[in-house]
Design a protein around this ligand. Sequence first.
Ligand code: PEP
Ligand code: MG
Length: 553
Amino acid sequence: MRRVRKGRLAGHESVMPGVSAAPGVAAGVAVVLDRATGGRSGVVPRAKRAAEAERAGEALRLAAAELEKITADLRRDGRREEADIVETGVLMAMDPILTARVESLVVESGLPADYALRAGADQTAAELAEVADATLAQRADDVRSVGRRAAAHAQGTAREATEGVLVATSLGPADVAQWAPKAKGIALAAGGITAHAAIVARSLGLPMVIGVGPDLLQIADGEEVVVDGDRGVVVRRPDPERIALARNDAGRRRAAREIAIARRLEPAQTKDGRTIRVLANASTHAELREAAQQGAEGIGLLRSELLFLEAAAWPGFDEQVGVLRPVLSHLGGRAATVRLFDFGGDKTPPFLRDTTARGVEILLDAPGALRSQLAAIMAAGADAEMRILVPMVTGAGQLQAVRRALDAVLDGRRRPQLGAMIETPEAALDANAIAKHADFLSIGTNDLTQLVLGLDREQSKTAPVTDVRVLRLIDATARAARSAGILVDVCGEAASDPKAMPILVGLGIDELSVAAARVGQVRQWVRELDFADCRRRSDELLGQSGHASRQRV
Ligand code: PEP
Ligand code: MG
């Protein structure tokens, strides 16, 4: 998630900053699903209110029927879980409380049908967003999307999916199912990076920018725009050069995906025979499905905190099992690496608002929550090759404390592997001691690079992981893992960066864990590498002799 500085204007282009929610760049005509101000305004005369309320009711029935059709289509395509999610929209559209609320807004307050439908859905969404249950809170976007769909029927502006860049305030799962197959990219005025739309966008490899603000809705339907999900901006009146770059990017991603799927069963092995395990950074079933299609050998990083960013209290055992099981149950015996909550920084839920701590430090201060999360992971991932990853470790003592908590909840079950994220300079410098207490290490190059070089992770547009100060720490970590006889993985963005990845392989990294949409590409890059060349290149960068490199792996 990256934020770009506000208010930049380049030439006659207008660059609107937001937050990057899915990588890639796309150009296309805007398909605007929400208007800044839509429909008829003004108060409906009393004599016409009953008929207007009837129109609003009919619009809700039409929306429900449409959602039922989308549900049936998804089921026919074997997309059962998405069908279940969209089906809840049918229930929302037929919810008597929403119907009564809309009717009262028309009859009592004289709002036109489309306004009342949006306002009624917004009120219900606001109530949902306040409840303690994070899963229910996430349904707030879905109910807004039901209101918008019904309002479009009331306004007579409901439309078939067309190709282009989707522009909306937020998107619910039904919108995504209906529009994603034709979408080139997505730009949202609001939205969260963990919302259903963002997850689907990442898994499909659709560039997406969220949080652009209400100005986004000034974009006219049919206007040419560029969504740059790498830099987190939406560009109006893009230069021809920018459009050409975006088109190349889209074509390249499409072709790479097709090749990746065709070659998914081939091993990710360098030309001179070094095998690298390529895993996926995935927190949802949609991401996992895309990753598996592209040949992922399991999950290398499930960011559990992303599933509970809106939580009003520590998530309970049942709630966590409910969210994790649908993902982990699809893994069979493959690797399932679940990271403990990495709350803090830009991932702080409301109930931890006042904390200045981060990751494992917060968990060790809340032993009940730690035990409950460990127990939930064990319960949800019974059949997989379970690996539990501890975030933001700064010393071996923290890992030992988590291991004691894990032992206390094992209850006779097979012990999962326990790994440490190496993403702070302290951890990298103490990697030998940490490795002695770990079953594997996973290097978080995103935080490590930022902390070592003193960059602002949310503002910085570059992540120079190949800076020698960062590489030395990665090298030290890889060596520590080897002397302890354990595997070392990289799960930060560097693992799928074409410049950094060969260097990481040269340093002896065993596993790369990358975004679902990039799994196939990374597997292909590995096949094109020569391990000996990678080692030479990483040695050069570290300023080491050939002798040291022979000792390395
Ligand atoms: C990292 O820091 O590289 C990492 C993988 O963790 P996150 O991006 O979730 O902070
Ligand atoms: Mg991190």
